[in-house]
Design a protein around this ligand. Structure first.
Ligand SMILES: [Zn+2]
Length: 229
């Protein structure tokens, strides 16, 4: 039955894409639409009301949402961001000290595999470190390593920030803390934190928007808890 009088929007689809639907709670396809409300008489639009409005419609549940929902990453993208962030932290921490230690390199490879890079091994690790310029000279003593902790710190810090920034707003506090602890584990694999490692982990914690107290207490707790595989 058509109502005599009514107000209903008329939508046009501008583009299609994927998004995380807050309505049905998962990665779905969406239509990005713009439209206008119309005053209707016997179902026919007779008078436009107000200006143009935009929305996003889920193709699965058909619900419409404000376009701001597109800012949230899809589950698939979030997983990728998380993987890349964990990997960037691992490489940066290793670059800050410990590239010469087998235990530290193994911990880094393990963390990379855990992040989602299956079959990640020593060869990939060395290539990644060389690309950052953070590789210690073969045979360099611990003392020398400490004097020049990270030749590629600039490139590393930049890569780190670009990997962490898009992620930070979308992770729960436990997720942020876990990322810092992954870094701490790599740093601690060859002994207590070097000053450069501690400094880098603190910078990681700040990028993850953790407070100074949280960072210190997480790093101290990690140092006093033996890691069990
Ligand atoms: Zn939906």
């Amino acid at each position: 039955v058509t109502c005599l009088l009514g107000v209903r929007a008329r939508w046009r689809t501008d583009s299609l894409g994927e998004f995380y639907c807050p309505g049905c709670g998962g990665d779905r396809n969406h239509r990005r639409q713009h439209g206008r409300r119309w005053f209707r008489l016997f179902g026919a639009p007779v008078l436009p009301l107000g200006g143009s409005i935009s929305c996003v419609q889920c193709t699965a549940c058909a619900r419409r949402f404000p376009v701001e929902v597109l800012r949230a990453p899809t589950t698939a993208r979030l997983g990728m961001l998380l993987r890349d962030a964990q990997y960037a932290i691992v490489i940066a921490v290793l670059g800050a000290g410990g590239t010469g230690s087998r235990a530290a390199r193994e911990a880094a490879c393990e963390a990379a595999r855990e992040a989602g890079f299956e079959e990640y091994g020593e060869a990939q690790l060395l290539a990644a470190l060389a690309a950052l310029g953070g590789l210690e000279r073969p045979g360099a003593s611990e003392q020398e390593g400490r004097a020049a902790p990270l030749a590629g710190s600039d490139g590393s810090a930049l890569q780190l920030r670009s990997a962490l920034d898009p992620l930070t707003a979308h992770l729960a506090p436990q997720g942020l803390q876990r990322l810092l602890l992954v870094g701490a584990r790599v740093a601690l694999a060859d002994g207590p934190y070097r000053p450069a490692e501690r400094e880098l982990l603190t910078a990681v914690g700040c990028s993850l928007r953790l407070t100074a107290e949280e960072i210190d207490s997480l790093l101290d707790a990690a140092a006093h808890t033996p890691h069990q595989n």
